[in-house]
Structure formats: structure tokens, C-alpha cells
Design a protein around this ligand. Structure first.
Ligand SMILES: Nc1nc2c(ncn2[C@@H]2O[C@H](COP(=O)(O)OP(=O)(O)O)[C@@H](O)[C@H]2O)c(=O)[nH]1
Ligand SMILES: [Mg+2]
Length: 306
């Protein structure tokens, strides 16, 4: 399991989820070979890499067997940048079961996931006579609710892998969105400065030498945020634009955290401040000498996670 998860690193992870016989493996085969196949049932999970444009995606084709859902679907749903939920639109009998698992995924597994998710719902097998229409599917699976969820990009398409109806369109939306989100999520911050409330830096990561005087920088941002507080009212997190970069500042327990990010697309990343700092510190060569600071970071991280 661990080894398989490691493969994430070699491409943008995408999970293909859905009940048995919906067309998951057929979809992955189509992505690879651009032709319709009649695959044997998948046992466990299958891993494939697909190159779209200049980007490699790691596709996890997850078996629909019941015993796999709680453990395997969940793991990959959480760790993937995008999820394709394949539904057999010709099988009215399984609509309740599909609904149940779709919403377990949304409400239980993806709650609190740090990555913004791209979710594509494929109402597949539209070529079959029994195929239900889209309105019916949206209604039965309660999919209108999806539009109100934060941090989710969602689309539903009616597709046929056999006739390729709508397929290119759906894939184009999905993979370009996943790529875009993933690049934003994984953007390195240009600088991170953590300081006490008077601006004395406790931790500095500034490989681009963006900030010459960290004390001054923090003081400046603090003053600016104080000013905007007065104008706009109390706010915990402030995002301040200082061209050509964006600076993000947060205050907690008398510690100020400033993050410089490259452009507007990076703002969601700044919001996940604590997670990022935790990750940065975990993987970095820089050590946190200050015990107060390292406690603060782990506290903050725990709080943010729960
Ligand atoms: N008619 C039709 N059959 C499809 C379509 N997509 C997949 N299938 C067939 O449905 C069966 C199950 O597909 P498979 O990919 O193995 O389902 P999985 O269990 O979700 O991986 C296969 O025989 C596919 O050829 C489609 O759009 N139309
Ligand atoms: Mg399969």
C-alpha cells in the first residue's frame, strides 16, 4: 500500500471510482489507447500512467468490489487531486447504491481533505437504450447539492465510451482543471517568515531574497493589516497585495506568520498556511530552533486538521 501511494510522486494522482461494471477500466483503457474495450473485471486496483499534453497523470483504477471501498477508495480519494466517479446510467437498480457511496465519499472521506478536489461525475453508457436522462440522475443522486460545497470543482457529463459521445469534452474539462489545481496546490511559497508580535523573526525561509529586512517587512505588514482591520473590521486572516507578489499574514498567540506567494492563483495555498508550514518544516533542512515556535506550529496544524 505504501509503495503504491509513493507512485503519486511520479504524476498527478487521479482516482477512478464507481460501482463494478460502470466502465472505469474501459475509461482508463480509452485514455491510453483511444479505443473501446471490453475489459475483464478488475481485482483490487490497477495503476496506469497517462500523458495528456505535457503532464503525466497517475491513474488509479479502483475495483468496485464492496470490500475495497472503505479502505482503498477512501485512501485514494483523499490523496488524489481529481476523482472520476463513473456511473452506469443504464442500470437503474444500482442508483441507490451509487448514491450512497458517492455521498460517503463526499461527506465522510473528503471532509477536511487539504487538497482542492476536482470531481467529475460520468453518467456513462449513454448509448444504451435504458440510459436514464441527466435530470433524473441529478435528481436521484442529489447532485445539485454539489454546487454548494467549498473547495470542489464539480461537473457532470453524460458520456458513452462506446460511441465516444461527450468523452473528449469531459476529459478536457477534468484534466485541465486537475492540472491547474494541482499546480496551485503544489506551488512553493516564495518566502515564509514567522516572527513574534514585535516583528523579531523566529523563522525565515526566503531563498529568493525577496525580503531584505524581515523585521521591517513584518512590521510593515502588521501596520497594513492593522489599518485594514480598522477600515474593514476584525479579520483573522488578511491577504494583502503588494505587487508583484502577494503577501499573506496571519496572527496567532502573538506570533505573526507572513507568506509571500507568487500570484493570485496562490492564494488558496496561503489559506492552508498551517499545513504548508508543517510540510515545509518536515521536509526542509531548516531547523526550528525555537521550541515555542515549533509547539505553536504543531498546535496550529492539529487545530487546522480537525
Ligand atoms: N454500451 C456501453 N458499454 C460500456 C461503456 N463503457 C463501458 N462499457 C462496458 O461495460 C463493461 C464493464 O466495464 P468495465 O470498464 O470493466 O467496468 P468497471 O468494473 O467499472 O471497471 C465492459 O464490457 C465495457 O466494455 C459504454 O459507454 N457503453
Ligand atoms: Mg474495472
Amino acid at each position: 500500500m505504501k509503495d503504491l501511494l509513493k507512485l503519486n510522486k511520479s504524476g498527478i494522482p487521479v482516482a477512478v471510482i464507481g460501482l463494478p461494471y460502470a466502465g472505469k477500466t474501459t475509461l482508463v483503457n480509452w485514455l491510453k489507447e483511444k479505443r473501446f474495450t471490453r475489459p475483464k473485471p478488475t481485482i483490487g486496483l490497477k495503476f496506469d500512467q497517462v500523458v495528456i499534453g505535457d503532464v503525466t497523470f497517475s491513474i488509479f483504477d479502483l475495483s468496485g468490489q464492496e470490500s475495497f471501498r472503505e479502505e482503498i477508495w477512501k485512501t485514494y480519494a483523499i490523496s488524489s487531486a481529481g476523482i472520476i466517479f463513473v456511473f452506469d446510467s443504464s442500470d437503474e437498480q444500482k442508483i441507490e447504491e451509487a448514491k450512497k457511496w458517492f455521498w460517503i465519499m463526499m461527506n465522510e472521506w473528503l471532509q477536511g481533505s487539504f487538497l482542492d478536489k476536482v470531481i467529475l461525475f460520468l453518467a456513462n453508457k449513454s448509448d444504451l437504450k435504458k440510459s436514464m436522462n441527466l435530470e433524473e440522475i441529478i435528481e436521484e443522486l442529489n447532485l445539485t447539492k454539489m454546487s454548494s460545497l467549498p473547495d470542489i470543482s464539480f461537473q457532470i457529463f453524460k458520456t458513452s465510451l462506446r460511441t465516444e459521445s461527450n468523452l473528449n469534452y469531459a476529459m478536457k474539462w477534468f484534466f485541465s482543471k486537475v492540472r491547474q489545481n494541482y499546480e496551485i496546490e503544489n506551488q512553493e511559497p516564495l518566502a515564509i517568515i514567522i516572527s513574534d508580535s514585535i516583528g523579531t523573526p523566529l523563522f525565515i525561509h526566503d531563498p529568493h531574497n525577496l525580503v531584505d529586512d524581515t523585521g521591517m517587512f513584518v512590521g510593515y505588514l502588521k501596520a497594513l493589516s492593522g489599518f485594514t482591520d480598522e477600515l474593514l473590521g476584525e479579520e483573522k486572516f488578511k491577504v494583502i497585495k503588494v505587487d508583484p507578489h502577494y503577501f499573506f499574514i496571519a496572527e496567532e498567540k502573538n506570533i505573526v506568520i507572513s507568506i509571500a506567494v507568487e500570484d493570485e492563483n496562490s492564494l488558496p495555498e496561503a489559506r492552508r498556511l498551517s499545513y504548508l508550514i508543517q510540510e515545509v518544516l518536515k521536509h526542509s533542512k531548516w531547523e526550528v530552533r525555537d521550541q515555542k515556535l515549533s509547539n505553536f506550529i504543531s498546535d496550529y496544524y492539529q487545530k487546522e486538521k480537525s
